[in-house]
Design a protein around this ligand. Structure first.
Ligand SMILES: Nc1ncnc2c1ncn2[C@@H]1O[C@H](COP(=O)(O)OP(=O)(O)OP(=O)(O)O)[C@@H](O)[C@H]1O
Ligand SMILES: [Mg+2]
Length: 456
């Protein structure tokens, strides 16, 4: 609506300006021609030897036609010596224009009356700088008046047509705009109500289409994260439910049956194991949320070898129990920018898996090396291996290849998810290669932090 008002005002001003300019141009040209005619007449009369009615009449009839409506010539007292209309001859003619001319000035006045251009011009007749009379002309030019009138009419018509076109376009544009805006708003409401699968389809390539595309991208991301969140919640509750259900079963059995002491002890031991499993799982879930929420950790430069040694010491009893031999080959000059706790978790989870998914008598090789700008940690076992189709999933939360087996060994399927999250957060990479029945190799690389140069 504002556009319509603005264009209306602009067109209105243009209209007035055009009409005024036309009038001014016509007036100026009329003024030039009337003054020229007055000068011609004044020159003719001032060249006469004697100035009276008859000499002036004779001189003027001999002149070429001036094409004016009325011509009056007066003497210096404003008494008409000649009047083309034959009304005022011999009388005083006290028109204001004539009075001004007798005072020694040139006069031109122009006005429009009923579509006719009416112009008056007067000027003194001088004879060697002496005022001897005055010439007065008046002209009724209906042709000019009609021309100006039709010009004004045309400009007005064009203005009106333009205004109508602008109004129609403005209404059409604002309606389309508000319809598309309403579409976006209603889509937003749908998304607000939780339907993230909703897509906004908008054709064209203006700003609104760009907005709609951005909106679709956003909802797509929302949908993905919502799906992930739901899956995580359902997986987590499922995983937590299992040990709880076992505990419930075991306690029910103890309470209902008249058990001997030995079996009761066994059942209580199982309850303890399940509780321990719950404990481990919640600890891992907590550490996963911590990794997810903390964007940039306050990392420190640490050498990797001591951490690997520390993990090895921790896992030695477990390896001994499973009869797995651990072989370390560690290059000591491997500084990386990471939190010590983070590195510990990575090494621990990978080595723990290497022991857990390894048959008794197996081996686990851990190597630490440095190539150019990369520090590389390799954890290689001689274990069961991972099927090819499972490899893309092993870093997902709660994913286990052999559910029964890894649950029995206390696995929750969170270890590798934590490992990957930490590695990505620290600008590292992890790859895995595996051969069924022969073993698995995990390779982790980090940008090596060359103390002096990199610190700058
Ligand atoms: N070195 C490996 N050899 C064979 N399979 C492996 C190995 N590492 C991981 N896997 C498979 O990948 C799955 C996911 O490993 P992840 O470490 O995430 O979970 P988990 O070991 O089962 O439990 P958690 O580590 O949380 O105690 C495992 O269940 C196992 O099936
Ligand atoms: Mg694990």
């Amino acid at each position: 609506m504002t556009y319509v008002v603005i264009t209306f005002v602009v067109l209105f001003i243009l209209n007035i300006y055009c009409s005024q300019t036309c009038r001014t141009i016509f007036n100026q040209s009329k003024q030039i021609s009337m003054i020229e005619k007055c000068e011609l007449t004044a020159d003719t009369i001032s060249s006469l030897d004697v100035i009276n009615s008859s000499t002036v009449s004779t001189a003027l009839t001999q002149m070429e036609s001036l094409k004016v409506t009325r011509l009056i010539v007066t003497d210096r007292n404003a008494v008409a010596l000649y009047d083309s209309a034959n009304i005022a001859k011999g009388n005083y003619v006290l028109f204001p224009e004539i009075m001004t001319a007798i005072d020694g000035n040139k006069v031109f006045i122009c006005s429009y009356q009923d579509g006719t251009m009416v112009s008056h011009a007067a000027m003194p007749i001088l004879f060697y700088d002496t005022m001897i009379g005055c010439v007065y002309m008046t002209d009724y030019d209906s042709a000019q008046g009609a021309l100006i009138h039709s010009l004004q009419k045309n400009v007005l018509q064009i203005t009106l047509i333009l205004q109508i076109i602008v109004t129609i376009f403005s209404i059409a544009f604002s309606q389309t705009f508000s319809r598309r805006l309403k579409e976006i708003m209603s889509s937003m409401r749908i998304i607000q109500n939780g339907d993230f699968s909703h897509k906004l389809s908008m054709s064209g390539n203006d700003e609104l289409t760009i907005l709609a595309n951005e909106f679709n991208d956003l909802t797509e991301r929302l949908q993905t994260s919502e799906q992930k969140r739901r899956r995580f919640v359902s997986d987590a509750s499922h995983e937590l439910k299992t040990p709880l259900a076992s505990i419930k079963l075991l306690t029910d059995s103890i309470l209902q049956n008249d058990m001997d002491m030995e079996t009761t002890r066994e059942f209580v031991g199982d309850i303890g194991n399940e509780a321990e499993r719950l404990n481990r799982m919640t600890a891992k879930l907590l550490s996963l949320t911590k990794v997810d929420s903390q964007e940039t950790p306050d990392a420190e430069i640490i050498y990797m070898a001591p951490t690997v040694n520390r993990v090895c010491r921790m896992l030695k009893p477990m390896a001994r129990q499973e009869n797995i031999s651990i072989h370390l080959n560690l290059e000591h000059d491997c500084p990386v920018l990471i939190l010590e706790d983070d590195l510990y978790q990575i090494v621990f989870n990978l080595m723990e898996n290497g022991i857990k998914y390894n048959p008794p008598g197996g081996t686990l090789y851990v190597t630490l090396g440095r190539q150019d700008d990369l520090a590389t940690l390799t954890v290689k076992d001689s274990g069961v291996g991972i099927p090819e189709d499972a490899i893309p999933h092993i870093f997902e939360r709660f994913y286990r290849v052999d559910k029964a087996r890894s649950r029995a060994s206390g696995g929750s399927g969170l270890g590798l998810a934590i490992v990957r999250a930490i590695i990505l957060r620290n600008r590292g990479e992890i790859t895995v290669s595996s051969q069924m029945g022969e073993g698995t190799t995990f390779t982790v690389t980090f940008p090596a932090f060359d103390t002096e140069v990199d610190k700058e």
